[in-house]
Write a protein that binds this ligand. Structure first.
Ligand code: FAQ
Length: 282
């Protein structure tokens, strides 16, 4: 329940940084793509809440834990989206990291979670490509100012993206049990390394510099070495003190409260229909 619900919350809160740009997308095509992506994330949240509910908890309990700050959601969504390039970079790096982390979960031991993940990963892969494509267009055909905007977004999102994989393996309290249960199949550090190795090559094609002077190919390890991650920043953000934590949670709580009438109306409608059917059957 902890892992699946944290994941569900991440999808739902993850709609906010991007939703912020729907009205400001530069073309009709980009706007349609972004709207579809944000809706997909909402759908992912719903599959995952449904998967968590199969373990005996209720939607209300899950949402209450999010709204009261008891449950976590991914640290990455507590950073602001300052420019249009941030939307491309989220697709490329954030969805890219999510795919790396989530593909192994498609074969995890809990079938309702695994089944939800198969569909989610297919959609995430489209999300990653649309982000990369939007950056490629700016880097290949854009003005100097647009190229600088992409580089600035990469500079701000790189480190938070590699923090998405969680703390180092020797400081990951849940890993041992989750591995034993088969709901986590690959360790935080292994996935982080895999993501870095793949992304360095993509950055070269794009023509951007990743903001880590220690990023170097290590012939012996056959992997890229990378610099020191700021774990204080990570824990600060995970524990509710990142740049946007308060705003994200407040927006979610407001959306939930503002939507109360829709839930009440849907329930009233369902009750009426049930009564009508019972009457007809009698
Ligand atoms: N942020 O012992 P571990 C997405 C917490 S979805 C916040 O290593 P674990 C799609 C962790 O919960 C992104 N908290 O934990 C999208 C634990 O606290 P707890 C989400 C974090 O579970 C894209 C504590 O630290 N993906 O991006 C983070 O073994 C674009 C100790 O850590 C998933 O949730 C973090 N980054 O490993 C949507 C995938 N890292 O619970 C919209 C499934 C760690 O004991 C737009 N989840 N913590 O109080 C997982 O694979 C795992 O839960 C990890 C963490 C790898 C995230």
């Amino acid at each position: 329940v902890r892992q699946i619900s944290q994941h569900a919350h991440s999808e739902i809160v993850g709609m906010l940084p991007e939703g912020n740009w729907v009205t400001r997308a530069p073309t009709l095509k980009r706007k349609a793509i972004l709207m579809a992506k944000v809706q997909d994330e909402g759908g992912h949240g719903l599959y995952l809440y449904a998967a968590a509910e199969t373990l005996g908890t209720s939607r209300d309990q899950l949402l209450d834990a999010l709204h009261t700050g008891k449950a976590k959601y991914s640290s990455i969504f507590n950073y602001p989206t300052l420019t249009w390039a941030d939307i491309g970079v989220i697709g490329w790096l954030v969805d890219g990291a999510a795919i790396m982390n989530q593909v192994p979960i498609c074969r995890c031991s809990y079938a309702p979670y695994a089944r939800a993940m198969v569909r989610i990963c297919r959609e995430e892969s489209f999300h990653q490509r649309q982000g990369y494509d939007s950056l490629l267009v700016m880097m290949q055909n854009g003005t100097d100012a647009q190229k600088a905007m992409v580089q600035d977004a990469v500079n701000r999102w790189w480190w938070p993206s590699i923090m998405m994989f969680g703390p180092p393996d020797d400081q990951s309290p849940n890993s041992a049990q989750s591995m034993r249960w088969g709901i986590k199949r690959v360790s935080n550090d292994t996935l982080r390394q895999k993501f870095i190795d793949a992304t360095v090559e993509q950055a070269k094609v794009l023509g951007v510099t990743l903001p880590d002077p220690d990023l170097k190919w290590n012939e012996e390890r056959q992997h890229y070495d990378y610099g020191q991650i700021d774990w204080d920043e990570f824990w600060n953000t995970v524990n509710g003190h990142g740049p946007m934590n308060k705003e994200r949670l407040a927006t979610r709580v407001k959306a939930h409260n503002d939507g109360a009438w829709v839930r009440e109306a849907a329930l009233a409608h369902a009750r009426k229909q049930q009564q009508r059917q019972q009457k007809e059957a009698a």
